[in-house]
Design a protein around this ligand. Structure first.
Ligand code: BGC
Length: 743
């Protein structure tokens, strides 16, 4: 850039920076003033978050006394305003409440669960979904959502994988940032925004053996390179709040974890947002065995840096005494209160505390339903399509089978508190719209996904015989994933796999559509199917979205945000693994081992005798209705210094005969490190739409500084040496090119 333009750019940027800094300083002054006027009880009140439903006299009493800072779960705008009036007009200092709710994948217009949104690999769509959720929820007075969840999830037994963006820190970072942008907009004080909450800080996805709330053991390099990067991005992009997690890391529960909450978040990252506990998580340090009683738990939590106590009664019960006895400094309480008040100022609540009842309840706008449909379409991952069964022709008779075909409730997935079941459109309804009622023969075969009775099989088989194609909607009900809903066996529950086998007997093509909350074990079901479309609980518009993909009105462009294991026993499993000293080579599987074979006869490499080496499908995998080719990547340089950058370019061509979208994925491997490095790591991706024959050049710019890692002593290093780079359709394909980092 020329000097003149640098100066000009500086002039343009400076005034707004100064204005922001001045506004921030003015806010801090207002907070100083308030803090100076608050009693200790009123301060503690600001740190107290309670769940409330309705205009309850006991709650009103607390609000009038200044003993509540935030209410979660009230979503009626009239009640919100009545409660707010009690705070603003009838409490001594008139500090507004902030109303919160778990708006995780939509408020009324429900979008696919976050794992499904991750499968879109489309940050713009994720941002749009969050914007719609914020508009709907804020129209009831909810100005704070407990989303996004950024827990890296590599164990599909863990029910909360549904709420995650999957196994990869880079994908999670990009989509999490997009979600925050959607919720918060460009100005959080606008009344149609919601404060985001980066949760659960941290390591919750590493719950041992995929069992919820379980302990975690996370060494520093794993913490720094995998668990924390998405959270760091949240601090950097201005996510207004954080929530600490339920689990302990290496023996210290997050609610009492000063290292995480103070040293890293506030110290290293300079975060000035607000930290809320998880539901009762301060109190839960007692059963953890970290606190003897609630008083000690309160002291540990506030000293560690938990600003607000969610439904825990630890702070209201004990902070006053702790301050008076000198065990907790007033300065520590003031700092927490400051963080809460800053949030309320940022949300504009002091100027504009009430929700506008005239424009309240803005739900289900046509453009919102359209965006939700597109999110379903783009989240559908095509895993098999033998002989081009899909897309389905328009002049056929279809048998619609399976317990998820018409599951108005269950297609919404976990965390859809505010959804209205009768607004959900199911695949059965949409297929009837498309084909006409008499061309769709419906015989569910099973009443629900856990149903073990085969009584309905005969009718389902009969329907299959009468039709040209069978579409079987199987999967998991909403309640089988999400918080506290872990499973040890992640195959299709009930008699669903048996139903798929039964349907084969009709001799008609079987198209299986999985609708689920997690990556599942589907190896056998894949064999029973001619085509398989893997979808996640899709929300309100799951029906139209899936039906559009099945019939070619839309094309599948979803890519797996987690590997799909062959067997539950492979868990945890993820693509960015270490190679081991004996990577799998020749594998002799269990049925091929000779009787009385010698101990070393299977080759002594790293694999399972029954499951082999890798997953059933790799991370990033997904087919379309067309095919794509990739040229070899061309690098701008083959050697770069640690402060240098590298551009990798390749040409992607639609080699098939239909439109389609391809997700080009950039992976890197550091071949030799002072700590062994993963076999591949995602460093970029781009989704491109191409017409038949069309090709596009795709370029990624990599900073050498982003190719480092943390050593055991917690230093971050970019080590010189040899690297490989792929631009590929998924984490298992592509031809690598080499480059070096040199000092
Ligand atoms: C969950 C959080 C959620 C909170 C409030 C907890 O049980 O872990 O993710 O935001 O409840 O409902």
């Amino acid at each position: 850039m020329k000097l003149a333009s640098i100066l000009l750019a500086g002039l343009l940027v400076l005034p707004s920076l100064t204005a922001d800094a001045a506004a921030a300083a003015a806010t801090e002054k207002k907070i100083d003033d308030l803090l100076g006027r608050m009693t200790l009880e009123e301060k503690i009140g600001q740190l107290n978050q309670l769940s409330g439903f309705g205009y309850d006299p006991a709650m009103v009493g607390r609000i009038n006394a200044g003993a509540v800072g935030s209410i979660l779960n009230e979503v009626d705008p009239v009640t919100v305003n009545k409660l707010q009036r009690e705070a603003v007009e009838n409490s001594r200092l008139g500090i507004p409440l902030v109303f919160a709710r778990d708006v995780i994948h939509g408020f009324k217009t429900i979008f696919p669960i976050p794992l499904g949104q991750a499968a879109t690999w489309n940050p713009a769509l994720v941002e749009q979904g969050a914007r719609i959720a914020a508009d709907e929820a804020s129209s009831t007075g909810v100005r704070w959502t407990f989303s996004p969840m950024l827990d890296i999830s590599r164990d599909a037994r863990w029910g909360r994988i549904a709420e995650s963006f999957g196994e990869d820190p880079y994908l999670t970072t990009v989509l999490g940032t997009a979600m925050v942008r959607g919720y918060q907009g460009d100005d959080l004080s606008k009344p149609n925004t919601m404060a985001a909450c980066a949760k659960h800080f941290a390591g919750y996805g590493y719950s041992e053996s995929g069992r919820d709330y379980n302990t975690t053991w996370i060494p520093e390099p794993l913490l720094r390179d995998v668990v924390l990067p998405p959270f760091k991005a949240m601090a950097d992009c201005g996510a207004a709040t954080f929530m600490c997690s339920f689990n302990d890391i290496n023996g210290v529960p997050s609610s009492g974890n000063r290292y995480l909450l103070r040293d890293i978040l506030r110290g290293e990252w300079g975060y000035d947002g607000m930290m809320v506990s998880d539901w009762g998580s301060i109190q839960q340090m007692i059963p953890h065995g970290y606190s003897a009683d609630l008083r000690q738990a309160a002291s540990q939590a506030i000293n560690a840096g938990v600003d607000m106590d969610m439904e825990g009664y630890a702070y209201v019960g004990h902070l006053k005494d702790l301050v008076e006895s000198g065990e907790v400094d007033m300065a520590t309480v003031d700092e927490a209160v400051r963080n809460v008040l800053r949030l309320k100022y940022r949300l504009g609540l002091f100027d504009n505390p009430y929700v506008d009842e005239k424009t309240a309840n803005r739900f289900y706008l046509p453009q919102s339903l359209e965006a939700a449909t597109r999110a379903v379409e783009e989240s559908a991952v095509l895993l098999k399509n033998d002989a081009g069964v899909l897309p389905l022709a328009s002049d056929i008779k279809v048998a619609v089978v399976g317990p998820m075909a018409d599951a108005h409730h269950d297609q919404n997935g976990t965390w859809s508190f505010d959804m209205e079941k009768n607004r959900s459109v199911t695949p059965l309804e949409s297929l009837r719209d498309i084909y006409g009622k008499d061309k769709v023969i419906y015989a569910p075969g099973l009443k629900h996904t856990r149903d073990r009775s085969t009584d309905g099989f005969a009718a389902a088989l009969d329907a299959a015989r009468k039709a040209d194609v069978v579409i079987a909607f199987v999967g998991e009900e909403a309640v089988l994933s999400g918080e506290a809903h872990s499973r040890a066996d992640i195959s299709l529950p009930g008699a669903q796999s048996a139903l798929l086998k039964e349907l084969k007997k009709a001799g008609k093509p079987v198209v299986t559509v999985i609708i689920t909350g997690r990556p599942m074990v589907i190896a056998g079901d894949l064999d029973s199917s001619n085509a398989l479309l893997y979808t996640f609980h899709g929300g309100t518009m799951a029906g139209p979205g899936i039906a559009n993909v099945l019939t070619g009105r839309a094309y599948p462009s979803g890519r797996l945000p987690n590997v799909l294991p062959r067997m539950s026993g492979q868990l945890p499993i993820y693509y960015a693994r270490k190679n081991t000293g004996r990577p799998a080579a020749e594998m002799t599987l269990i049925d091929d081992i000779e009787l009385e074979a010698g101990q070393t006869s299977t080759g002594c490499t790293s694999y399972y005798l029954d499951a082999g080496d890798g997953p059933l499908f790799p991370f990033g995998y997904g087919l379309g209705y067309t095919t794509f080719s990739y040229s070899d990547p061309v690098l701008s340089a083959t050697e770069i210094t640690p402060d240098g950058t590298l551009t990798a370019t390749c040409r992607v061509t639609n080699t098939g005969s239909r439109d389609g979208a391809e997700v080009a994925q950039l992976y890197v491997r550091d071949l030799v490190g002072s700590l062994v490095r993963p076999v591949r790591e995602l460093k970029g991706f781009e989704k491109v739409i191409l017409a038949p024959g069309e090709s596009r050049e795709i370029s990624f710019t990599l900073k050498a500084a982003d190719l480092g890692f943390h050593r055991l002593d917690n230093t971050y290093v970019v080590e010189p040496g040899d690297f490989q780079l792929w631009i590929a359709p998924n984490s298992a394909e592509g031809t690598p090119v080499s480059f070096k980092i040199v000092h």
